[in-house]
Design a protein around this ligand. Structure first.
Ligand code: COA
Length: 354
């Protein structure tokens, strides 16, 4: 065992050398939804903070969106696709149950030598994938790992269920995770060469007693697809909104405190808090409990809704573009969702972007 505390990343220093995002161009507003659902712009904005979301065109799958984000992240890192050793895709809306969505992302991006697998951890998936990628790089298994959060949640939503249909949107985000010693100058973001960027640690957790609160009941081995499951609309997402809300507002502050303690930092040290964009009310509740000033919290849920595994890399990409990430900034990422699951990551932003 290393002398470092559990959850803080030991081994080779690891950093993020590239970011990318992709959003479908088609915007669906709350008013658009109220044409077909018994809902209103006022109800949705008051309860969730969401004004509009993006929806992918028919025929596009999660891997297609993921490929767009991943290509941007690779270009941003100044990395050739064949230098990537692993591609990890986090998603709750995979192209298929088999093969992994990551296999198609890796192939389409030209990461032909890379191993590829998916992470299924609800909306916490991106942070879990980041932890797996960081561990592989820190341990010396790989120098560069491509982490992709990609979702076409519109395909697994019951568009007749107003309690879920108004909450989600499609999108993708990606990050290149690299060993600091393998970074170099020259990419559009300058990579991390000479920078102070480091992934510091994680807190990953779960509570399977809440597995039924957020689920797609049919289509797996528990309830295989049949005419009856299709008729009963059991291939769509179902949610107990109250329980998920209660869980999320509790767990964010607890997990944040754990990762800060593990890395020897304090809440006051956080320069930017990037929570999973599920719902503005959940974020506001968690921020109040945590005691982080509002101006240090990044949100875009109003424009994209809940994009599940894509939400955190989408936020990071936008935050950097808006100049809200400066070298040396302490950044807290926080995912939570189906499982139930949660994942926090603490990192220090570097010189050349990350
Ligand atoms: C979904 C959520 C916004 C519902 O808000 P809420 O204040 O708990 O609302 P309720 O579920 O109590 O419903 C209140 C009423 O609004 C109705 N309602 C539900 N969805 C509605 C909609 N889109 N438009 C209008 N009315 C709606 C309900 O039917 C209910 O009506 P009733 O009182 O006649 O029975 C809230 O529970 C939530 O945010 N949960 C977490 C969801 C989430 O983020 N999940 C993903 C986590 S990764």
């Amino acid at each position: 065992m290393s002398s470092q505390s559990l959850g803080s990343l030991s081994g080779r220093p690891v950093t993020i050398t590239g970011l990318g995002a992709y959003l479908p161009s088609r915007v669906i507003t709350n008013d658009d939804l109220s044409q077909t659902l018994d809902t209103s712009d006022e109800w949705i904005r008051q309860r969730t903070g969401i004004r509009e979301r993006r929806i992918a065109d028919p025929g596009l799958a999660s891997s297609d969106l993921g490929v767009m984000a991943a290509r941007s992240a690779l270009a941003d890192a100044g990395l050739a696709p064949e230098e990537v050793g692993l591609v990890v895709t986090a998603t709750i809306s995979p192209d298929q149950l088999m093969p992994a969505t990551a296999a198609r992302v890796a192939y389409q991006c030209g990461c032909l030598a890379a191993g590829a697998y998916d992470v299924s951890a609800g909306c916490s998936g991106f942070v879990f994938a980041l932890a797996m990628a960081s561990s592989a790089v820190a341990a010396g298994l790989e120098d560069h790992v491509l982490v992709v959060g990609a979702e076409t949640i519109s395909r697994i939503l019951d568009w007749e269920d107003r309690s879920t249909a108004v909450l989600f949107g499609d999108g993708a985000g990606a990050a290149v995770v690299s060993a600091v010693e393998a970074t170099r100058q020259g990419g559009p973001s300058g990579g991390d060469a000479g920078g102070s960027g480091r992934i510091l640690g994680f807190d990953l957790g779960g509570d399977g007693s809440g597995a039924d609160y957020l689920q797609i009941p049919a289509g797996g081995s528990r309830l295989p697809a049949s005419c009856a499951t299709v008729q009963a609309r059991q291939h769509y997402m179902q949610m107990n909104g109250h329980e998920v809300y209660r869980f999320a507002t509790r767990v964010v502050a607890e997990s944040a405190a754990r990762v800060l303690a593990r890395c020897g930092r304090r809440t006051e040290d956080i320069d930017l808090f990037v929570p999973h964009q599920a719902n503005l009310r959940i974020i506001e509740g968690a921020v109040k409990k945590l005691g982080i000033p509002e101006e240090r919290v990044f949100t875009n849920v109003d424009r994209y809704g809940n994009t599940s595994c894509a939400s955190i890399p989408l936020c990071l990409t936008e935050a950097r573009a808006e100049g809200r990430l400066r070298p040396g900034d302490l950044v807290l990422l926080m995912g939570f969702g189906a499982g139930l699951s949660w994942g926090a990551c603490l990192l220090e932003w570097g010189e050349g972007g990350v």
